[in-house]
Design a protein around this ligand. Structure first.
Ligand SMILES: [Zn+2]
Length: 292
């Protein structure tokens, strides 16, 4: 019998921050071209990826469980399979981490793009996957995505579909949605407002026993390119200029403070440090943590 593995082991990884365990959960990945990038020379971007031994624009799609003292908190929900057949594996990988969707007590969103919020609700049944969870996000996020005027001004059908999709995804959670403007969101979890990519785009700082981790959402989408060239944005940035300012501010902060970061599109399991290099920055993927 041939016992050679036919698929990768489940995408699950634990990292302890002080007394809090954070579990990275892979939703899968997405392949694409570099056309999503703005304000960058395509040859230069390709050269950076080749230099980093990366296949051209393969991006991870990650979510994170924070095991707080009040229960498991999920940050982002993946694509729900809405993007391509190579993603939508959040719930399968949650099971590999010993968690059922109904165990999640809060879902925190970094923002309402479909690769983050489309795993909230089963599109076939209209039922929420996280039946016992409150939904938590920055107040500027639904204010934008639920605004009919903003939807009417959407530059193309693809963006218009994002509005429709995100609305239907959050609808079943209406009675248990909690919006914040900043500060502590849950014990050990503080909101870090990083606007631009979307109006309410928010990272989450996990703090415990003198250690910290910033789960920074979508500060970058094509990691090597956008840390080396922080002026490079994407077509999906709602306010491109503000996104650049936010990216530069966060990169400066985490490099200065030598802060551990994790990201939804940093290569799985997504834990990195950021160092200065030339006019930009360089990512250092954290090596496997043995034990907790
Ligand atoms: Zn994203």
């Amino acid at each position: 019998m041939n016992s050679s593995p036919a698929q990768q082991i489940p995408g699950v990884y634990h990292r302890k921050i002080g007394d809090i365990v954070v579990t990275a959960i892979s939703d899968g990945y997405n392949d694409g071209n570099l056309d999503i990038l703005r304000n960058v020379d395509a040859d230069r971007a390709r050269e950076i990826l080749v230099g980093a031994f990366r296949p051209v624009r393969r991006i991870s799609i990650n979510a994170f469980i924070v095991h707080t003292k009040v229960g498991p908190v999920l940050i982002d929900t993946g694509t729900g399979g809405s993007l391509s057949p190579t993603n939508g594996f959040l719930i399968r990988n949650l099971a590999a981490a010993g968690l059922r969707p109904q165990d999640v007590r809060s879902v925190l969103l970094t923002h309402m793009h479909p690769d983050h919020s489309a795993g909230l609700t089963n599109t076939e049944t209209g039922k929420p996957f996280f039946s016992n969870a409150e939904l938590v996000m920055h107040q500027a996020e639904p204010r934008y995505w639920l605004d009919d005027g903003e939807m009417a001004r959407a530059p193309n059908d693809r963006v218009k579909a994002m509005f429709e999709h995100s609305r239907s995804q959050i609808a079943p959670y209406k009675a248990r949605t909690r919006l914040f403007v900043g500060g502590e969101v849950l014990p050990g979890i503080d909101a870090v407002f990083i606007p631009g990519h979307t109006p309410g785009h928010t990272g989450y700082m996990i703090s415990s026993a003198g250690q910290q981790l910033l789960i920074w959402g979508d500060v970058v989408h094509v990691p090597e390119v956008q840390v080396a060239l922080p002026d490079a944005g994407t077509n999906f940035d709602v306010d491109y200029e503000q996104a650049v300012r936010s990216r530069k501010k966060i990169l400066d902060q985490v490099a200065t403070d030598r802060l551990l970061v994790a990201g939804m599109h940093l290569h799985f399991p997504g834990f990195h440090h950021v160092a200065r290099q030339g006019d930009g920055y360089l990512l250092h993927a954290e090596a496997w943590h043995h034990g907790l």
